[in-house]
Design a protein around this ligand. Structure first.
Ligand SMILES: *Cc1c(COP(=O)(O)O)cnc(C)c1O
Length: 222
C-alpha cells in the first residue's frame, strides 16, 4: 500500500478503501479539490502532484486565480460548487467545465443563453435542497421534476444531482435520498460528500466528492 505522505495521497487512499468496501471501482469517484479562499500558492502543490479536478465557489475569485494556473498546468477541470447568480452565467460558462449549482428556472434560462453565446455546453448538476434549508440554495425536492424537465427542454447537459446536507447531523439519509432521486430521474452523477463525510457518501453512491479542508487545511478567513 502506498504511503500517505501528502494530504492528497491520504485522501486518495481513503477513497480507494471506501470504494473497495462499497464494491465499486475507484475510477467511479471523481475527487474535486475545493480550493476556495486558498491562494494559488496553496493550490499549486496539488497540481504538481498531478491532480486536475478543482472546485471554486465564487466566479470572481476563480477568474482571478485560475487563468494563470491553467497556463502552467494544462488539463485542469474547474468545477463551480457555489451558488450562481444569473448575471454571472456567461462568465461561469466561459470559465468552468462543470457547474454543480443549477437550482432554479431563471438560471436554466440564463445558462442556456450563456451556453449559446459562449458556444460551450457545460455539464450541470442540479442542486437539490435536500435538508429543507433554502438559504443554502438548491431546488426544493417537490420542484425537482419540473426543473429537470425545463433543463432538458432547454438542452442543458445534465450531469446529475448535487446536495449539501445539513451540518451537524448524520448525513447518510440525505445521501441515500439524493441517490434515490438521481435513480428515479435516470441521472448518473451524484455530487455529494465533503471532508467530514466523503467515505459515507461513496458508500451511498457518490460519483463526485467535493473536498476542501482535508486537502488544504482550514480555509483562511474571508
Ligand atoms: C467549501 C465547500 C466544500 C468543501 O468543504 P470541506 O468541508 O472543506 O471539505 C464542498 N462543497 C461545497 C459546496 C463547498 O462550498
Amino acid at each position: 500500500m502506498e504511503k500517505a505522505d501528502t494530504p492528497l495521497h491520504s485522501v486518495q487512499q481513503k477513497i480507494r478503501e471506501a470504494c473497495r468496501r462499497a464494491r465499486r471501482g475507484a475510477d467511479e469517484v471523481t475527487l474535486i479539490a475545493v480550493s476556495k479562499r486558498h491562494p494559488a500558492s496553496a493550490v499549486e502543490p496539488l497540481l504538481f502532484e498531478g491532480h486536475r479536478h478543482f472546485g471554486e465557489n465564487r466566479v470572481q475569485e476563480a477568474q482571478e486565480k485560475w487563468p494563470a494556473l491553467r497556463e502552467r498546468h494544462p488539463g485542469v477541470q474547474l468545477h463551480l460548487v457555489g451558488q450562481l447568480q444569473s448575471n454571472k452565467a456567461e462568465d461561469a460558462a466561459a470559465l468552468f467545465d462543470v457547474i454543480h449549482s443549477l437550482d432554479r428556472p431563471s438560471l436554466v434560462k440564463a445558462l442556456a443563453k450563456a451556453f449559446d453565446k459562449t458556444d460551450r455546453q457545460v455539464p450541470c448538476f442540479v442542486q437539490v435542497d435536500i435538508g429543507d434549508e433554502p438559504q443554502k440554495g438548491g431546488c426544493p425536492v417537490s420542484e425537482l421534476p419540473a426543473l429537470l424537465a425545463q433543463a432538458r427542454d432547454a438542452e442543458i447537459p445534465l450531469a446529475g444531482l448535487m446536495c449539501l446536507p445539513p451540518a451537524d447531523i448524520e448525513p447518510a439519509p440525505f445521501f441515500a435520498l439524493l441517490d434515490k432521486l438521481a435513480r428515479d430521474h435516470g441521472l448518473e452523477g451524484r455530487s455529494m460528500g465533503m471532508s467530514g463525510d466523503y467515505e459515507t457518501a461513496i458508500m451511498l453512491g457518490a460519483t463526485h466528492i467535493r473536498v476542501g479542508t482535508a486537502l488544504f487545511g482550514e480555509r483562511p478567513a474571508n
